[in-house]
Design a protein around this ligand. Structure first.
Ligand SMILES: NC(=O)c1ccc[n+]([C@@H]2O[C@H](COP(=O)([O-])OP(=O)(O)OC[C@H]3O[C@@H](n4cnc5c(N)ncnc54)[C@H](O)[C@@H]3O)[C@@H](O)[C@H]2O)c1
Ligand SMILES: O=P(O)(O)OC[C@H](O)CO
Length: 341
């Protein structure tokens, strides 16, 4: 597929808009599709996503539409950036138009709700295995990307030439896109860090201190590595942008909605009120349950994820979750055999 391909970005929330702006800034012919006709008309008029990214004007050449058929009619490549709960639905609608791209990538972080399946598995269900697939992930707050602040992401695909094409289109001044071929590790890192950001936010909201924050992040990484190992991903992927990079950003950066949810819960604000006040997608609310579904299937002990999931299901308070974590028995830092030793 040529690098001057035309790209359709599906999902006009903060991240879809920011990535469409990156592509258009780099001269890629880009159409941003969103489902809300009035919102897309307002964006076309103002040349700005006033709801999510009010301070950043669209570059010339970025087309916006609420008409899915016209967005896809001449698109060579599709980039899905919906929340995980809308991933299947939007991809099915896109395929129902009869149009087919040469490649499909996504920047959604999460699992299919209710099944714990990876989004690459959902994508394969719908488009089959004929298309190259890629995930775009890494430490990247939409607001900073839209403002043109320096950012590094990574693009993983089993089809390495496709990862290269997607990354080359995104890469430019101020936006670095690396590549890899570990789809499982990359997807897992982007999904699990949201759950661990809630845990760290809770600890900070409860004013447990900086030692607790660092301990939570590091033990959270340990949980990620154990899941990655069990699912056939490569632990070293989690040492890069898709793992440690995004984990540190989301656990410590107050722009993170997942961290802000944890902060609110740790300060005693009820879940529904906290989610309402954030007013945007908070992927951890579903992802925690899906990671626990995976943990049960593979017989994994994930204490932090388990307590976050119980807090988000309102079975326990954050204080009870903390007490359970601190009461755990002493043990080796890594389970035997995790790194092959
Ligand atoms: N915002 C970020 O900084 C950022 C960065 C990296 C990854 N992500 C990931 O990108 C994904 C999207 O998040 P976001 O930040 O853009 O969310 P957002 O809350 O800013 O916007 C969500 C958008 O999804 C749309 N949407 C919801 N249900 C839909 C449906 N059924 N069909 C079509 N559109 C639908 C909404 O209309 C809204 O425009 C998430 O998985 C998130 O984890 C976000
Ligand atoms: O705001 P969050 O918590 O969804 O995080 C946004 C991005 O995923 C950070 O890389």
């Amino acid at each position: 597929m040529p690098l001057n391909a035309r790209v359709a970005v599906l999902g006009a929330g903060s991240w879809g808009t920011a990535l469409a702006m990156v592509l258009a800034r780099h001269g890629v012919r880009t159409t941003l599709w969103g489902r809300d006709t009035a919102a897309m008309a307002a964006m076309a008029e103002a040349r700005c996503n006033a709801r999510y990214l009010p301070d950043s004007l669209f570059p010339d050449g970025l087309a916006v539409t609420a008409d899915l058929n016209s967005a896809l009619s001449d698109a060579d490549d599709w980039l899905l950036v919906t929340p995980s709960h809308a991933f299947r639905e939007v991809l099915e609608h896109a395929c129902a138009t009869g149009h087919r791209p040469n490649g499909l990538s996504w920047a959604t972080k999460g699992f299919e709700p209710g099944t714990g399946r990876f989004l690459h598995e959902v994508a394969e269900d719908i488009v089959g295995r004929y298309l190259p697939l890629a995930i775009v992930t890494g430490p990247s707050f939409a607001k900073e990307v839209a403002a043109g602040l320096p950012t590094a992401v990574t693009v993983h695909s089993e089809h390495e030439p496709y990862a290269d094409q997607v990354a080359k289109r995104l890469h430019g001044p101020g936006f670095r896109a690396y590549t890899g071929n570990d789809v499982i590790g990359a997807e897992l890192g982007g999904a699990m860090k949201n759950v661990l950001a809630v845990a760290t936010g809770v600890a900070d909201g409860m004013k447990l201190g900086l030692n607790a924050r660092a301990g939570m992040i590091t033990r959270g990484l340990n949980e990620m590595i154990r899941v990655c190992h069990a699912l056939g991903g490569r632990p070293e992927t989690l040492m890069g942008l898709a793992g440690v990079g995004d984990l540190v950003l989301t656990c410590t950066g107050d722009l993170s909605r997942n961290r802000r949810l944890g902060l609110a819960l740790g300060r005693g604000i009820p879940l529904s009120q906290a989610v309402k006040e954030i007013g945007q997608v908070v992927e951890s609310v579903q992802t925690a349950n899906e990671v626990m579904r995976i943990a049960e299937k593979h017989g994994l002990d994930l204490p932090i994820t388990e307590q976050v999931s119980r807090v988000l299901n309102e079975e326990i308070t954050p204080a009870e979750g903390l007490k359970a974590l601190l009461a755990r028995e002493q043990k080796p830092e890594y389970p035997p055999g995790l790194f092959g030793s």
